[in-house]
Structures are given as structure tokens and as C-alpha cells.
Design a protein around this ligand. Structure first.
Ligand code: AMP
Length: 326
């Protein structure tokens, strides 16, 4: 689907010699015409049209964040075989399930806070993967209630959103988003790169003095920056990926397949996970020509999307393609 990380997905598939096709919202075609990634652009009027698509034989859909953000659970009904396990997307979408998977993997998550007992800096999140849009901070129950009623009044959230808010302790740490890939063919979790998100306006607030900081932070992702971490942190990062993968096999067999990510913050004491994603994350597009980690692992320019295409090819060679699809 033409958005999110589509340029990278198409390019990686092409590098591996697979045929490419992009479904594209009418009006957005020129992006995929201006970069030489596919000759097969199919225009659609809305994301809902994906639910009616009659796929070509051999077509494989690579799901990404826009599909989840726009179609929500309907995304699971797209009638094209998905690369990966659709059930993982359901676990990603539902905040309680998302946290449950992390907690079952013995990964530290932010403490959940009850709306009636807010007494520390807290972050308030609404349902759906909207890239951190609309989150707000508060430190008391009164502040929470007043901000929620303002948002309702301004029709920025629905009553349902207000009922389904999730309130968490605010983690003061530096964020990092490792890009994992579970390979069925090699039966291993690979770590192909790490990014950090560039979020507006929270990443701009450090540029003004504290006295002027009466500005509410927001967490809308506008881009991603590469990150290389201290080597001594890598064992924990790899261990988190292994544990999440193992738990996913237990909770929704055959578990996460292909790309997944854990959104982490490192405080002065510990590594805390906000959530996991069950599919390619946009930060992987930094590494179209490979990351330092993927270069060391494969000794070639291995992006996440090329890795997906490589897995498809390896599976085809072993007549195991069905195992990667759902
Ligand atoms: P999420 O939608 O959970 O991926 O969160 C989007 C962004 O909000 C993250 O990338 C973080 O910058 C920030 N964030 C989310 N949860 C927390 C938390 N508990 N403490 C501090 N920052 C958070």
C-alpha cells in the first residue's frame, strides 16, 4: 500500500528480483512514478477498497502501520495473503494485548495508572496506532479530567476514545526502536537496525528554556534518526527480541513472523518498553542500503524490506512459502 515505508518495500523486493505492485490512493501516484520502484501502480479511492481487491496469483501483501492506523481491525480482512501472521497485528492493535505480550515476556513496561489516582507525571494515550498523535501529559486527576473535557468539547476525541484511554507513568529515558526480524527459514531472531523517532513538538522543547516551557508536548512522528547503541546494551536488546518472539509463539502460534519492533526507553536504571509492533516500522527506511548491524550480519546491503523479499525467496526455494503467509 503506497504510504509509510512503501518506497523501501518496493525497492527491497526489486533488489531481490521479485515483481512489485503498489496500491495507491488516487492523487498520490506521482511519488511512485518519480522513484523507479515499480511500473505497476493501481489507484484506489480509499483504504476500504483494499477489502474488495481481487489479487493476482502469487501476490503477497506487506502490511505496514498505515493499514493499521486507517483500517484498524478491518485490515485483517484484506483478501491478499499477508507476509507475516495477521494475528500479531491484532495483538499490536489492542493496547491491553500489546502490553500483555510484553509483560508475559518479562519485559518491563510503564506502570498503568488509574484515572482516579494520578499523582505523578503521566502520559495519556488514546486507542489506535496514530503515531503518538493526541497524547497528553498530566500529573493529577484534576488536570486529567480538565484536559479530557477540553478535548471532548473541541471534538478532538470521541466519547469512546475517552473511555478507552490508557494512562501510564511517564518514563524519562532516551528512546530507541530496534528492528527485529524473525526468520522461519533460519529459526532465529535477527536485529537489523535501530532508530529513534523524531517527534513533534516534544523533540523541539529542549531548544527553549524551562521558564518558557508552557507548551504542551505532542508525540507525532515526523521522521526517524539512525542510532547505534553502546555494545554493552546489545545483549539486552537481543534478549528482548528473543523473549518477545518466544512468547508470541506460545500466545498466538506460529507467533510473530518477519519484522517486528519493540519501542523502548532507556532510563538511568533500566530498559522500559512502551509497546511492540508486529510488522515493518517506518524507521527501517533509514537503512535502504543496510544498517551497521545488518551489514555485519549479512555482509551485504540488507534492508528490512530486502530481508522480507529474501525470506520469501528462500522459502520458495524450499517450498515453504505458505509458512510465511497468513
Ligand atoms: P506509542 O504510541 O506508545 O508508540 O508512543 C508514541 C511516543 O510517545 C513514543 O515514541 C514516546 O516518545 C512517547 N511515549 C509513549 N509512552 C510513553 C511513556 N510511558 N513515557 C514516556 N514517553 C512515552
Amino acid at each position: 500500500m503506497g504510504s509509510h515505508s512503501a518506497l523501501q518495500i518496493l525497492y527491497g523486493a526489486k533488489q531481490e528480483g521479485l515483481r512489485t505492485k503498489v496500491y495507491c490512493l488516487k492523487g498520490n501516484e506521482s511519488l511512485y512514478e518519480r522513484f523507479p520502484v515499480t511500473k505497476n501502480i493501481v489507484s484506489i479511492d480509499s483504504y476500504d477498497d483494499l477489502l474488495e481487491i481481487k489479487p493476482d496469483s502469487g501476490e503477497i501483501f506487506i502490511p505496514h502501520g498505515t493499514i493499521i492506523a486507517t483500517l484498524d481491525e478491518k485490515a485483517l480482512e484484506i483478501p491478499i495473503p499477508f507476509f507475516g501472521n495477521r494475528e500479531g497485528m491484532l495483538w499490536e492493535m489492542k493496547r491491553e494485548k500489546n502490553l500483555h505480550l510484553l509483560q508475559e515476556s518479562a519485559i518491563r513496561t510503564p506502570k498503568s495508572i488509574n484515572a482516579e489516582n494520578i499523582d505523578q507525571p503521566s502520559i495519556v494515550k488514546f486507542p489506535g496506532a496514530k503515531g503518538g498523535e493526541g497524547y497528553f501529559l498530566c500529573s493529577t486527576t484534576m488536570e486529567f479530567e480538565s484536559k479530557i473535557s477540553d478535548l471532548l468539547e473541541e471534538e478532538k476525541i470521541s466519547k469512546k476514545d475517552a473511555q478507552e484511554v490508557q494512562i501510564q507513568e511517564y518514563i524519562v529515558g532516551v528512546t530507541m526502536y530496534p528492528h527485529y526480524f524473525y526468520s522461519i527459514i533460519y529459526d532465529r531472531v535477527e536485529m537489523l537496525g535501530i532508530d529513534r523517532r523524531y517527534e513533534t513538538n516534544v523533540d523541539a522543547l529542549g531548544r527553549i528554556s524551562q521558564e518558557q516551557m508552557k507548551i504542551a508536548p505532542s508525540y507525532k512522528v515526523v521522521g526517524n534518526q539512525p542510532l547505534i547503541i553502546r555494545e554493552s546494551l546489545l545483549p539486552d536488546i537481543l534478549d528482548y527480541g528473543d523473549r518477545l518472539s518466544e512468547t508470541s509463539k506460545r500466545l498466538f502460534p506460529p507467533g510473530l513472523i518477519g519484522p517486528f519492533c519493540i519501542e523502548l526507553a532507556l532510563t538511568t536504571e533500566e530498559l522500559v518498553a512502551f509497546e511492540f509492533t508486529s510488522r515493518i516500522v517506518a524507521g527501517t527506511s533509514l537503512y535502504v542500503a543496510g544498517s551497521p548491524y545488518s551489514k555485519i550480519l549479512f555482509n551485504e546491503e540488507m534492508s528490512m524490506s530486502r530481508r522480507i523479499a529474501r525470506e520469501i525467496k528462500l522459502a520458495m526455494g524450499q517450498r515453504r512459502l505458505e509458512e510465511l503467509l497468513s
